[in-house]
Design a binder for this molecule. Sequence first.
Ligand code: LLP
Length: 423
Amino acid sequence: MKKGIFLVTEKLHYKDNKLFFENIDLKTLVKTYKTPVYVYSKNQIIENYKNYDSALKDRAYLICYAMKANSNREILKIINGLGGGVDITSGGELYRALNAGIKPEKIVYAGVGKSEQEIIYAIKNKILIFNIESKEEAILINKVAGRYNKKVLVAVRVNPHVQTNTHSHISTGEEGTKFGIPINEVIDFFKFLSIQKYLDAKGLHFHIGSQITQINPFLAATKKVVSLIPKLRQIGIKIKYLDIGGGLGIKYKTEEPPTPVKLMKNLLKFVSKDLIIICEPGRYIIGNSGILVTKVLYHKTVGNKNFLIVDASMTDLIRPAFYGAYHNIVPIQVTDCFGENMDYYDIVGPVCETSDFLGKKRLLPNLENGDYLVVECAGAYGFSMSSNYNSRPKSAEIMVSENKFYKIRDREKYSDLVRKEIC
Ligand code: LLP
């Protein structure tokens, strides 16, 4: 390791001063595909998925990858090939999932604002379960199901009122958020569901937030939610599915989140073996499987601050601007005399917003214009939250697998920007 440079992504390593992702020299890859470009490691995705698999192996379970983290078809196909399903949150995600070959009986659907059209689409396609978030939604699902004369499986998304240590924008299980049914109202909610002719209420669901790096919030939520099961049995409701959501954090810098095995070992002690467990990891599967490669365009010094202006921006990766998120940034070429020429830089993009940065005060060597940087752990909520703001075409996406690499999404062209415009 070069002085002052550290890597957090397992599948990245320097060899002869060049940065490799799996066995691919990133410089060769960017010469072919240009920048900014997202690159994913197929083997990291598989390893991450298998870690969840082995954490649950003694149980009846279904891993439903939260595809909002990254919904590229190739990634969904990998998940499908491993036997996984998906957690969806819109009709668009259902379309993508079916298009990638995910089986409807492995699809779970959460979200506070499912439209009638989306509900029809999901019922017609026979998804496994709706995670219901309000009374009005339940009434609508019942009505639509009646129209098709189908009884649909539903779970109640419980808001267990637990505190997490994550960013407030991505904490969902605390009192006062828009998500789920407050835990103290859940029994009455099931009573209400039991009189809906076309709803088969057999599940409990919770998802308390994202990038959670401690076991305790998950444990508190699990205990609270499973404590509802005997109470529900007393009123004649038998729970068959327990969906424990996603939310397991990853290491972006110095975090030390539990492994899925450790997390499940702690949680499952409190969960009866009769239940089918559903889990919805997103970030854990794809976060450290992806990087964003960008090129240095210019240097600029303002007062005593150094800026590196690069060709990726908040339109490619909004997490730093949106959540103040930290992503480690490293050069793809290093030299042996590193350490002597290091300085602090803010790495910023071309977009017309002061919040358009990828990293602040990062210690980096003196780079030339045209050199490349890698933004680490950008696989989750990177491309999937990208936009065309400032009329910037979205970047290409590439998959690497050992010695091979292949394109899984074309870079957008300028003509794509106006394709849907009418006059
Ligand atoms: N299940 C449900 C119902 C969810 O809403 C989410 C994420 C997940 C599962 C997956 O959570 P994960 O395992 O990825 O933590 N854009 C934010 C994260 C938003 C998460 C939204 N819900 C970010 O970039 O940090």
